[in-house]
Ligand binder design. Structure first.
Ligand code: ZN
Length: 479
């Protein structure tokens, strides 16, 4: 069906009577006179009205002539008009009026029938036309899938997306590859951002003439931004990798290995203070960690099993980058120094506590009372000489101290601070290991700690945690 036929059949039922009469020589005029839809109405009218009422004009002319013949010549009609009509004439006139009334009534019936048939025949088309009108006014989301498929805007953006993906594959694949890099999230992000930076250059290669110059200049900022972003992502990835590497290094380097104790006796190139906290963890550990954080200082905790309720602080301290060492589980001189076997049994106990927290048994240890203690002689003669040798054979290393804050016997913050700072004989040493305590009874140490840190920092010391490269500090053995 052509468009012309379609529109004609749509509009004829509603506007047929009001539409201007088409020109006789136009195709539309032909449709108006001989269109298929009106013919249905005509057929219906024929059935109701009968052939006489719809006779061709030649028939009507013939019948008119017969009537003329019956009525005589014009002269005869004029003579008769002046006289009274005959009964025959009256009867003929009455028949004629009855015929006209019947014809008029039949014509009205014919028009009504035609209109009704017309409406019935065109109803489905009218419904379809209204539905189409509603669809065209409806929002896009209400459109049928078929309508959406022909949406030019959607087609444009769909094509653009495919185009960009193709560019990414063509040019991005050439410039940035992952084959030399581990498949980590940061590397994938790095590759993606680098690819985004390569797309403008790819566009410039594709476009001809002035468009190529435009593409080369306009996205330049985008390319630079992508490069900067990629560099940042790469740096972040490297830092993350380094941090993971440090974690990995600590779990392997700091773990005890038989026959391989830390052994450096040379001081570092820089002035370094190693704060060491014995006897923890305790209810003071968190306060100590907070102060260390405030100054960006690292320290070492030689821990015990005395206060198991704060065992989790071992991991907290370790996660912050502090070093965990072993001090013994019970810290009971009578027990740990009763025999070599008793000592190592106690050392293993605290080693397992620490391993549960940080995943490994550290190689750094401190004897209760230090290697120089004489109290051990009360329980076992010569045990410190034996232990200082045996622990290293098992892969441990013990660290005594070069200076103390005196908090083992002093419980005043001001005095503690003074002993640990300007009164300390260690001031001026290249590397200083300082003894402090982390226990429930040592609030004075917590109170003095900020002043201690500030003093040594002011002297140019960096505060670090012990590691395998720390200069070993050994006191003389006296038992
Ligand atoms: Zn202790």
């Amino acid at each position: 069906m052509s468009t012309e036929e379609n529109s004609g059949s749509r509009h004829t039922p509603r506007h047929g009577t009001r539409r201007p009469t088409p020109r006789a020589d136009s195709p539309r005029a032909s449709h108006a006179r001989h269109g298929s839809a009106p013919q249905q109405g005509s057929h219906a009218a024929h059935r109701h009205a009968g052939p006489a009422q719809h006779a061709p004009s030649s028939e009507r002319t013939q019948r008119h002539a017969q009537q003329h013949a019956q009525q005589g010549t014009p002269q005869q009609r004029g003579a008769r008009h002046s006289a009274e009509p005959t009964p025959e004439q009256r009867a003929a006139s009455q028949r004629s009026a009855a015929e006209r009334a019947a014809a008029s009534q039949a014509a009205a019936q014919r028009r009504e029938a035609a209109r009704s048939a017309y409406a019935n025949a065109s109803a489905p088309r009218e419904t379809a036309r209204r539905a189409a009108s509603l669809r065209s006014q409806a929002p896009r989301s209400a459109m049928s899938p078929k309508d959406r498929r022909h949406n030019p805007v959607a087609s444009f953006f769909g094509g653009l997306f495919i185009f960009l993906v193709a560019l990414t594959l063509i040019f991005g694949g050439k410039t940035v590859v992952l084959d030399q890099m581990p498949l980590t999230p940061e590397n994938v992000l790095f590759s993606f951002t680098s690819t985004m930076g390569a797309i403008p250059a790819g566009v410039a290669q594709l476009l001809p003439g002035p468009h190529a110059r435009l593409a080369q200049t306009a996205p330049e900022g985008m390319a630079k931004s992508a490069t900067v972003l990629a560099a940042k992502v790469s740096d972040a990835g490297k830092k993350l990798t380094a941090q993971k590497q440090t974690e990995s290094n600590r779990s392997t380097d700091f773990a005890v290995r038989a026959g391989d104790p830390p052994s450096n006796t040379q001081p570092s190139d820089t002035k370094t203070l190693y704060l060491t906290f014995d006897d923890g963890p305790s209810d003071k550990t968190q306060a100590v960690l907070d102060i260390l954080d405030r100054y960006g200082a690292k320290a070492t905790f030689f821990v015990t099993g005395i206060d198991q309720s704060h065992a989790d602080m071992i991991k907290v301290a370790h996660d912050k980058g502090h070093t965990i060492g072993l001090h013994t589980y019970s810290h009971d001189y009578a027990s740990v120094y009763s025999s070599v076997g008793a000592y190592f049994s106690d050392l293993d106990a605290i080693g397992q506590v620490v391993k549960e927290q940080i995943g490994y048994v550290p190689c750094f240890i401190r004897f209760p009372g230090g290697a120089s203690n004489t109290i051990s002689a009360n329980y076992s003669a010569g045990i410190m000489s034996q232990l200082t040798s045996d622990v290293q054979a098992r892969g441990y290393q013990y660290y005594d101290w070069d200076a103390s804050c005196g908090d083992g016997s002093v419980h005043d913050a001001d005095e503690t601070a003074a002993i640990a700072t300007e009164d300390s004989p260690a001031v001026g040493m290249q590397n200083v290991i300082m003894l402090l305590h982390d226990s429930a009874t040592k609030q004075s140490t917590v109170d003095a700690l900020p002043r201690i840190i500030e003093y040594w920092k002011a002297q140019g010391y960096e505060l670090k945690a012990i590691d395998r490269d720390t200069r070993i500090s050994h006191q003389g053995v006296n038992n």
